[in-house]
Each structure stands twice: as C-alpha cells, then as structure tokens.
Design a protein around this ligand. Structure first.
Ligand SMILES: [Zn+2]
Ligand SMILES: [Zn+2]
Length: 492
C-alpha cells in the first residue's frame, strides 16, 4: 500500500477494508507504509499509523536499509521526525550503512531538522561504515549552514575517516568555497593534512578544478606560514590563543612577583623613598587595586548563560513548525547545542570555558577567565591599574638611572615596563572606546558576522548605542538583572 499522495480518508478506507494488518505489509521494494508517509511528510497519516500500532521503525529490505526516520530527515520533515521520536523511535537509529538520522539530514542540507535532532539528543560523533561523521557529510555535500550548526554543537573538525579524509578534504571536493572558508577560519584546523592517497585538500581542489577554492586555500596557507603573523596571531600572542594555556598568566605573575617587586624593594625604595614618597603611596595604592581587580575578574562569573534552559527545549520543540517561520535561521543560529541554551543576542560560546557568556568580550589568559557582562568593569580596572603601575615603574626606573647611572637591570626593567604600559594604555583606551560605542571586543573584530550590527543597506549600524555618555554609564554602572531562564525568548 503506497501512501504517497494519499489522504487520510483513503488510508482509513483501506484499513477498514483490509484490516490493520495491511499497515504492516511491505511493498515490492520492501518499504512499509510508514516509509512513504515519512517521505511525503504527512504528519496526519504518520500519527494514524502510530495510533494503529503499526511498525514505524523497520529498515527496508535493501542494501541501505533506511528506516522511516531516515526518509523524513532526508526530506527535512521535522514534524514527522517529531511524531516518530515521540512514538519511541531511537534518535540515533542507524541504517545498514551506519547512517544516523543526523547524518541523513546533513547529507541533504536539512538544517532545521538537524538542529531539532541535536536538540533531541542526536550524537554528532557517531561514524558510518566508512568512518564518516555528520560533519563529513555536511562538508562533502557542501552545506555551509550545517557545518556551522555542527561547529556550534562542538563536533570534531579534524577527524579523518577510514580513507584519511578530513572534513576539509571533503569540502574541497564539494566545490563549496563557503564551506572551505568556514573550516579554514578555525585556527585549530590543519590546512594540509594528508589522506590515505597522500593528497592534501589543496591537491584535491586542484584536480577537481575548483579554481576559487585553490585560490582561497593558497592564500590561507600563505597567511599562516608568513613570517609576519596576521592580526589574530598577534592578538593570540598577547591575549591567548584558542587554548587554555596558563603561560601568559605565569609570565605575568613571575615578572611581577619574582622580578618587579624584588627590584622595587631592593633597589628602588632605598634610593627614592624619601624624595618620591607621594608617588610611592600612589604606586602601592594602585598595586592593591590591581590585585583586588585581578582576583575579582578571575573569580567572578563573567555572565554564563544558564545551561539546559527551558527556552532551549521550547525552541527545539518549535522547530518542526519552522517551515512557516520567517525568522527561522536567526533562531537556529542562536541555539547552543553544547550548553543547551538559547543564546541571547550579543552572547557567544567561549570554546575555552565551554560555556556561553553574555556580552562576550574575549577570553583573557591573564585573568584566566572570560571577560563578559559581569566582570568587564573589574577587567577594565585591572588593565588600567597595570597601565598606571607600569607608568610609575618607568618613572622610578628613570629616576634611579639618573642617580645611579645605567645598569643592565634598570634597562631590562625599563624595557618591560615600556611594553606593558604601552599595551596597558592601548587596552585601556580601546576599552573606553568600546564602552563609548557600546560594542564588545568580539563584536568590534567580527562585526561583519553579526547581522544585528548592520543596517538594511549592509553598512555598520549599532542599534544598542545610545550615545557615548549613556553608553559609558551603562558599561560602568548598570547592574544587569539576573538572566531569567527564558531570557532572549522575546527576540524570536
Ligand atoms: Zn554555549
Ligand atoms: Zn572563556
């Protein structure tokens, strides 16, 4: 019995005539009625089949053996998937080739269905018989939206399959520049891995004559190997790369505690205390401020969005009705499948903390914490106090030099103080500038990525800015309300 293009009354009539048993029969290709209802996306018929207790999860009799849920995913019928899952079908059910519903949705570019599956517990690391994950399939078929979605859900971007192909190899085969670009942007993705045939992604793009991808890859490879590090590398050097290395923090601690303070106590105080007493009091005061701010910025919750929030599950449940929903994509981009939360506008998932942070500014390795809504003022004071302290250090060091003459320790101290006070003042000024503009550092660097920072003609426009004065007041004095579980739902 083929249900495709039938309506419910035809089915009822058929079942009345031949009995419920007929819902269990297979057609000449081995498909059950549930398969055809899934392919057709007919929710009403699928519910009817479920209510009658007919089989809804049988693989067909072929080499692939898809179950009805695979067909529903293939066509992106999230509403049918919902009915099937509610009826007890496993969300990670595999066909004979190991394809899960999530892989099928990724293969056919069904973003909303894939998001729904992730929300319902689909696992993104499962492998098919060739060792491919959902990410491999999304890359191979050139679906950029799905690559993004899987990135948000913390999928592995580097994993080679049984042929040694990484998602980047497959994205090059797909011919989609957008997909290749998305993968290249991630600094932790190796651009020249070898597959089992000793081919790099670039070689594959060349042999398939994808000229634009070849160009993109060549420029990305050049950028990474260039002797002058690109902007984000310079940034990474000072403010930490996308790993949770403690090196910058250790460097800061050692240079202050093992080098700065001993020099100050042993060399500077004996020479200058009586003549520069006022300056010493100020220096000590700002050092206390610096440590207090460091401690608070390090300890304080930067504004983590609550995990496993109600609003996430509510949004997931809405996905099956998304076909009629205008703002579908905007909402899909705001679901974090790692934190299982609906990210408010301006929040971002920090890969190092592995949490979504409201008003995410950046992850600072010197305070070993994220800078976000709740600790940004403390971070600002910390940076400013470093700048002030380093300026005092320069002052003291030059004073000592005029009295005692040039000494190697003074020169070294002076150089370090110059670098740090320069950086401190640059950071202090940019922080004030960002505060005046009501913009986070992340938004400043990536404003092109955020649609909410563009006007209708695509030009930069900041809807949050209320003028420099009010923006500053908001930055320093607005105590944010505690985020309710369903914060941000109003944005939908
Ligand atoms: Zn998150
Ligand atoms: Zn972080």
């Amino acid at each position: 019995m083929k249900t495709l293009a039938s309506d419910i009354s035809d089915i009822e009539h058929h079942v009345e005539k031949y009995g419920t048993e007929s819902l269990r029969e297979r057609d000449e290709w081995g498909y059950t009625p549930a398969h055809w209802a899934a392919l057709d996306g007919n929710v009403e018929i699928m519910r009817y089949i479920v209510d009658r207790g007919a089989a809804i999860d049988l693989p067909c009799l072929g080499t692939q053996g898809p179950r009805p849920i695979h067909w529903a995913c293939r066509k992106g019928h999230a509403a049918v998937v919902q009915v099937l899952l509610q009826a007890g079908v496993a969300v990670n059910a595999a066909d004979f080739k190991g394809l899960t519903p999530l892989m099928t949705a990724c293969m056919f570019g069904r973003t909303a269905t894939a998001a729904y599956l992730l929300g319902m517990g689909a696992l993104n690391h499962l492998l098919d018989i060739n060792g491919d994950t959902a990410m491999h399939w999304a890359a191979y078929k050139g679906h950029a939206d799905l690559i993004k979605l899987l990135m948000y859900s913390g999928a592995n971007l580097q994993k080679p399959d049984h042929f040694g192909s990484t998602p980047l190899h497959l994205a090059c085969l797909s011919g989609s520049v957008t997909c290749v670009k998305l993968l290249c942007e991630k600094s932790n993705v190796d651009l020249e891995p070898l597959d089992k045939n000793d081919k790099t992604p670039l070689m594959l793009a060349q042999s398939h004559r994808h000229g634009d991808i070849v160009e993109l890859l060549q420029s990305e490879i050049k950028k990474r190997s260039s002797w002058f590090p690109p902007m984000n590398e310079v940034w990474g050097l000072f403010f930490g790369k996308a790993d949770n290395s403690k090196a910058p923090l250790l460097f800061f601690m050692c240079s202050v505690l093992l080098w700065g303070y001993p020099m100050y106590i042993i060399r500077c105080i004996p020479i200058t205390w009586t003549v520069l007493r006022g300056s010493h009091y100020c220096f000590i005061y700002w050092n206390i401020v610096m440590w207090v701010c460091w401690l608070i910025a390090n300890r304080k919750n930067p504004g983590y969005i609550p995990m496993n929030s109600e609003s996430y599950y509510r949004a997931i449940k809405q996905i099956p009705y998304f076909d009629k929903w205008k703002k579908r994509n905007a909402l899909l981009n705001r679901l974090c499948h790692t934190c299982r939360c609906l990210r408010p506008l301006r929040a971002k998932h920090c890969r190092i903390c592995n949490r979504c942070v409201s008003y995410f500014d950046h992850h600072c390795p010197f305070i070993y914490n994220c800078v976000g809504l709740r600790n940004r003022t403390w971070f600002f004071l910390f940076v400013m106090s470093i700048a002030i302290n380093c300026s005092f250090t320069i002052y003291f060091a030059t004073y000592c030099i005029t009295i005692e003459g040039f000494g190697i320790w003074y020169i070294l101290g002076l150089l370090e103080a110059f670098v740090f006070s320069g950086l401190g003042w640059i950071l202090t000024c940019t922080s004030v500038l960002h505060a005046c503009m009501n913009l986070t550092t992340n938004e400043m660097f990536n404003y092109k990525r955020y649609t909410y920072l563009r006007d209708k003609r695509g030009k930069y426009f900041n809807p949050f800015s209320r003028g420099p004065i009010l923006n500053l007041v908001e930055f320093f004095f607005c105590t944010p309300e505690d985020y309710e579980d369903d914060f941000g739902y109003e944005y939908i």
